[in-house]
Ligand binder design. Structure first.
Ligand SMILES: [Zn+2]
Ligand SMILES: [Zn+2]
Ligand SMILES: [Zn+2]
Length: 79
């Protein structure tokens, strides 16, 4: 375990099940309308939200306040 903390509010990060792939780490997407793959459950598209992990670290103190977001953006404005 690494004791990473939120970049915005420094609260501990907690593992959150990925909202996009529902924790599966990706999707089966072979591009066929009628899939006849041997293993339709095989993941062919890695989820880009969690990068195949099925979960990602999320701040335990959500939601952030506008003041916290403003302070964060203040220090990360080189975009
Ligand atoms: Zn936070
Ligand atoms: Zn398929
Ligand atoms: Zn995911």
């Amino acid at each position: 375990m690494t004791d990473e903390c939120c970049l915005i509010c420094c609260a501990p990060l907690v593992p959150e099940s990925c909202y996009q792939c529902m924790g599966a780490g990706g999707f089966h997407d072979c591009g066929e309308d009628t899939c006849c793959c041997l293993d339709p459950d095989e993941i062919t598209n890695i989820c880009e939200v969690c990068e195949g992990e099925g979960e990602y670290l999320s701040c335990s103190a959500l939601p952030h306040t506008d003041a916290q977001m403003a302070a964060y953006q203040e220090t990360h404005r080189e975009v």
